[in-house]
Write a protein that binds this ligand. Sequence first.
Ligand code: ACO
Length: 328
Amino acid sequence: MAGMRAGILGTGSAVPERVLSNADLEKMVDTSDEWIVTRTGIKERRIAEAYEATSDYAVRASEKALQAAGVAAEEIDLVICATVTPDMMFPATACIIQDKLGATHAGAVDIESGCSGFLYGAAMAAAMVDAGMYRHVLVVAADLLSRITDYEDRSTCVLFGDGAGAAVIGPVPEGRGFLAFDLGSDGSGGEFLFMPAGGSRRPPSAETVAAREHFIKMQGQETFKFAVKAMASATESVLAKAGLDKDAIDLLVPHQANIRIIDAARKRFGLDESKVVITIDKYGNTSASSIPIALDEAIREGRAKVGDLAVLVGFGAGLTWGAAAVRL
Ligand code: ACO
């Protein structure tokens, strides 16, 4: 096994049934369908039921990924869950997923890299498979951002949705697999996008609840500027590491935060619209799960084919960013 290149063996995704439309939001805050669509590209998003938790969607997405990969749960060596909305502070949501899947031979760990989480998880998984340490690593990104969204704050509540996406990473035939990763961070920008309370700095209290500090706080314009730069530089860097030119891209799978950020990246790399996967109109920003959900849909719709060169690229809280070049 040592020396075999890691690639994507199968993907899966799961989103809630319940739709929250722009018309619904018009009744909740001072906003309009026109503002939301023009500024973000979002028409609707999916919201989990009150009794559900992040792991419920993670398990559904993972089961589909295992099925697509033809890998049994017992064959998984490690579960990596990327989330900022774990079922609870501890134990790790990855352990809950491991148990529900029946992945009885797997280790389990959560990672927290904001919306870049799937890329961080995939990089770790690929390195472990490349090294011959593990054969099958399940990377599942899952978030119920609705749980930490302030539905009285119109500048953020229109953006976010719930969902999960998963990939089984393991050895693939010659000529396929991950060619390069680019991961980065700049913690000095942490306050552009964060949740102030609930951790050790500001533990939950009546005061933090009253101050609405258990919700996402975001400086939209600062995040926007950072995002446009990060998407471009991470894509350029991962292509350079893979020894490829931008013309080699068959499919760009970007984090779905804002259609204007995605369009800026598309134009910079001179890509036709047919080469960019867009799901933001129907799911909004689903955090770390947006990239694997988009990839899974592209594969299932036949838009992403075996042998295609896909670039996955994202950015998020941290600040963090990442990109992967993968021959599907
Ligand atoms: N409806 C109507 N008006 C609104 C709304 C709304 N939902 N939200 C804000 N506005 C108003 C503002 O109050 C402001 O009004 P003012 O001019 O009277 O002050 C006006 O619209 C313009 O606000 P801006 O913040 O300048 O709008 P902008 O064009 O920057 O769009 C947005 C805001 C969509 C948030 C944009 O900045 C953005 O997408 N930023 C990046 C966000 C992002 O990527 N976040 C996620 C990153 S990581 C993760 O995924 C978790």
